[in-house]
Design a protein around this ligand. Structure first.
Ligand code: CA
Length: 475
């Protein structure tokens, strides 16, 4: 079997806010991603890979450290990452891997916030810019690189790869800024998607049947996109529904044009590995830091534990180890990635890591003791822009329980509204779009009891504190 005796190279390509339902290999109805799909064709597609907190910085911290956000400290966009905590790149580096990070870091800059464990890093400040991006190098100096961010990030990543000599394996993290808001495409993709795109069935969702939080969120395509998102003036004389649909087309087409550049550049990386004769010895992953609402429920953005936001695309190729063209429905989380790479490299994972190596899954096995539920927690309560309320929950293969626990939370700068804790329970088989909570339906009493207990078990196992206990200082 390949992979034994020789440690694989790792190329980890992560985009920002690229939802699985805008990936061809996941059955997208609105775009094609032929190059990302090549990874799926040559390897495995994970069909139930989820983030543990649908937000950029928290997901990145979880991926690097193999821990949940209450452990790595990055609960929100305003809680900083201390890069001195153990993360998989430095463990690979210590084991003889050459390591590099190019592109979006988004975990702070300077001192303890700078990337660690990399032979080379070259990152964009915060969100970075789409056009002529600024980069911060390892010596702390900033420079502007002409070009389009997704192309430039790929150029710089491949340039580092080409500079390597010797046979030691490498781990290269290619972190795209795209397709993050405000969705500025490369000029060469501006002509794509002339015809109108299909509109999600839930676009005109009225949020009945769910907790108040869904109605209170301010991330509706119809109401909350800004002029710098839309980049065009609304045509006069449209009805309210026509306006919403016009905005959807503007938003979605620019988003997909940005995705197209990501796909082109994934193709460049794959071609480069082929040309260099490296493909057979290299694990290639394509993922995104979390999902995104593509007009689903009338929204853009993420944050909620609803499926479109929770699900991450995860495609992985490892010739000789992963059977080409396969998929797996095991429940995976972003916290698993670190241990997966470490096991692939033959490096022991520290006890602090809280995930589980996906290698048995990638080999097509179905371990009897694999997890049957995943834990989620969105900490950034009512942030003053998107106004999504803090919540935690559990998802199994068939159901999802969500608790909006916000009662009593102080919210600096936000309204002084009082929050009432609310629950949601979804039957994902009967209601895949999560339109009708059955939490109060007597027919679901036993499911509700099971999932409530499972949520408590997960919090105990992972060391997170249920909100009411946290507040009262018990435990
Ligand atoms: Ca993101």
């Amino acid at each position: 079997m390949a992979g034994v005796g020789r440690r694989p190279n790792i190329v980890f390509i992560m985009s920002d806010d690229h939802a699985a339902h805008a990936v061809g290999a996941y059955g997208s109805k609105i775009n094609e991603t032929p190059h990302i799909d090549r990874i799926a064709a040559g390897g495995m597609r994970l069909d139930n890979c989820f983030c543990t907190n649908s937000l950029c910085a928290p997901s990145r911290a979880a991926i690097l450290t193999g821990t949940y956000n209450h452990v790595n400290g990055v609960k929100t966009l305003s809680t900083e990452f201390d890069a001195r905590q153990v993360a998989f790149p430095e463990l690979l580096q210590a084991a003889g891997y050459r390591t590099a990070l190019v592109g979006k870091w988004h975990l702070g800059h300077g001192g303890v916030h700078d990337p660690r464990g990399f032979d080379h890093w070259d990152v964009v400040p915060d969100q970075g810019r789409y056009h002529n991006p600024v980069f911060i190098g390892m010596d702390g100096t900033q420079r502007t690189v002409p070009g389009y961010a997704t192309n430039v990030i790929t150029d710089l990543a491949l340039s580092w790869l080409d500079g390597l000599t010797g046979d030691d394996p490498f781990c290269l993290l290619v972190h795209h800024k795209a397709p993050h808001r405000n969705w500025e495409p490369d000029a060469k993709h501006l002509g794509m998607f002339e015809d109108d795109l299909a509109v999600p069935d839930t676009f005109f969702d009225d949020y009945s049947g769910r907790a108040t939080a869904a109605r209170q969120a301010r991330m509706r395509v119809a109401d909350h996109l800004r002029i710098d998102d839309l980049k065009k003036i609304l045509p006069p004389g449209l009805t309210r529904d026509e306006e919403a649909l016009w905005k959807y087309q503007q938003y979605m087409k620019d988003y997909l044009r940005c995705v197209q550049s990501v796909d082109d550049n994934v193709g460049r990386v794959l071609d480069h590995l082929d040309e260099r004769g490296l493909a057979d010895d290299t694990i290639v992953v394509y993922t995104s830091d979390q999902g995104f609402f593509l007009g689903d429920h009338g929204w853009y953005d993420k944050r909620f534990m609803y499926e479109e936001s929770l699900r991450m695309p995860f495609l992985i190729r490892w010739p000789g180890v992963i059977e080409p063209g396969t998929s797996h429905d095991a429940l995976a989380v972003n916290v698993d990635f670190a241990q997966t790479f470490l096991e692939a490299a033959g490096v022991p994972a520290p006890d602090r890591m809280q995930g589980r190596s996906l290698l048995p899954i990638l080999r097509g096995e179905h371990p009897a003791d694999w997890r049957r539920s995943v834990y989620y927690r969105y900490w950034e309560h009512d942030d003053g822009i998107h106004h999504v309320w803090a919540h935690y929950g559990v998802r199994t293969h068939t159901h999802k329980l969500v608790y909006y626990y916000a009662d009593g939370l102080g919210v600096p700068g936000a309204s002084d509204r009082t929050y009432t804790p609310e629950w949601e329970l979804f039957d994902l088989g009967a209601d895949p779009w999560e339109l009708r909570s059955v939490f109060h339906d007597p027919a679901y009493a036993s499911v509700r009891a099971e999932l409530t207990a499972e949520l408590a078990r997960l919090q105990d196992e992972l060391g997170d504190e249920p909100y009411h206990l946290q507040e009262s200082g018990e435990r």
